[in-house]
Design a protein around this ligand. Structure first.
Ligand SMILES: NC(=O)c1ccc[n+]([C@@H]2O[C@H](COP(=O)([O-])OP(=O)(O)OC[C@H]3O[C@@H](n4cnc5c(N)ncnc54)[C@H](O)[C@@H]3O)[C@@H](O)[C@H]2O)c1
Length: 322
């Protein structure tokens, strides 16, 4: 695909997935405007370090602004696509008083972008959704047309964002595609996510806490595969609007711990604690639609991907780990 000199906007550009996506878009020749408000959900300094490879690039511009107050009209001028990744992520924190922040960043900001896109027209939106929209189910693998019944407040806000994309499409012909990521991992993974916590503990000799008994499974998606899905979604010309993006590496948490033991050569010390409210038992993506329609082909197997994240953590230790 020839993306030379195309202007695109990436929200959440300093985050885990957004920073990798921004790098890849620059590599492909795009002009990238990244927006990020550097929320303190995890260290803003860590987010800054995500951007060190592109921050001075002549085709990259970073706007440190909140999506709920920035001048979107100016920012979107000349852009052909907006990748909307900015969100308050994380299932476990989404209960209680913090919910307001999930509503602000995941629902209000999405609606604000859609309102603007309705006005200007002709811009594709690639929305970052989540496997958490499915909730608890015995029907595996999960297909895009299956029942959607999130079991966490976070999942509710991500599903609201998806529904907003759909209804702006239905009512105003807006061009929006949603990608439901299944547990993305790799270098720069958010520190609250399981692999980050496990690798951090393996390197620092700290104890690992496992929510539940470790038999829960996840379909893990390596970061470059999630990024590739975004590029394919930008170019997609078909009729579908929602895609599962799973890496095809479904595995239990206990198996992941075994892999980390093998890779690190460390005996891990593990505490099993109560299953967290909002966490589902299993996820498993049916990716036949993404494969057939987008040409999505995840290419990094779990062991290889964990090794790369482990190596990144090794390099990162000594600067900052959280
Ligand atoms: N990481 C995963 O496994 C995963 C799985 C499913 C869905 N997702 C979705 O993918 C997207 C990216 O996730 P991530 O893991 O990279 O998270 P992240 O927290 O690393 O990145 C999100 C970024 O958005 C920014 N942000 C939040 N609210 C903002 C606002 N109002 N205005 C401007 N910037 C704001 C944050 O500062 C952060 O840098 C999110 O939409 C998330 O819901 C991620």
């Amino acid at each position: 695909m020839d993306l030379s000199d195309r202007k695109v906007v990436v929200t959440g550009a300093a985050g885990f997935i957004g920073s990798h996506l921004s790098e890849r878009l620059i590599e492909e020749g795009c002009r990238v405007t990244g927006i990020d408000s550097f929320t303190d959900y995890y260290s803003p300094a860590r987010k800054r370090s995500h951007l060190k490879g592109i921050i001075s690039h002549p085709r990259f511009e970073l706007l440190e602004e909140d999506l709920n107050s920035c001048n979107l009209m100016d920012i979107m001028r000349g852009a052909s696509c907006i990748f909307h990744l900015a969100a308050q992520a994380g299932v476990r924190k989404s209960w209680g008083a913090d919910f307001g922040c999930y509503v602000e960043s995941n629902i209000m900001a999405t609606q604000r972008i859609l309102e603007l896109l309705k006005e200007i027209g002709g811009v594709r939106m690639v929305y970052s959704s989540s496997s958490s929209v499915y909730g608890e189910t015995d029907k595996l693998p999960m297909g895009e047309n299956d029942r959607l019944k999130p079991v966490s407040p976070y999942g509710v806000t991500k599903l609201s964002g998806e529904h907003l994309c759909e209804l702006y499409r239905y009512n105003f012909g807006l061009d929006a595609v949603s990608l439901r990521y299944f547990t993305v991992y790799g270098p720069r993974q958010r520190p609250d996510m399981a692999f980050s916590r496990f690798l951090n503990a393996a390197i620092s000799g700290r104890k690992i806490e496992i929510f539940g008994d470790g038999s829960q499974t996840r379909d893990f998606t390596y970061i470059s595969d999630a990024v590739q899905a975004n590029l394919l979604a930008m170019e997609y010309q078909g009729e579908q609007t929602v895609f599962n993006i799973g890496g095809g590496s479904r595995s239990s948490i206990l198996r992941v711990l075994d892999i980390i033991r093998e890779i690190s050569g460390e005996e891990l010390s593990v505490d099993f604690i109560e299953k967290a409210k909002g966490d589902v038992t299993d996820t498993w993506a049916d990716t036949s639609r993404a494969r057939g329609e987008l040409g999505f082909e995840p290419s990094v197997p779990l062991e290889e991907g964990i090794m790369r994240e482990y190596q990144w953590y090794g390099d990162y230790t000594g600067t900052e780990l959280s």
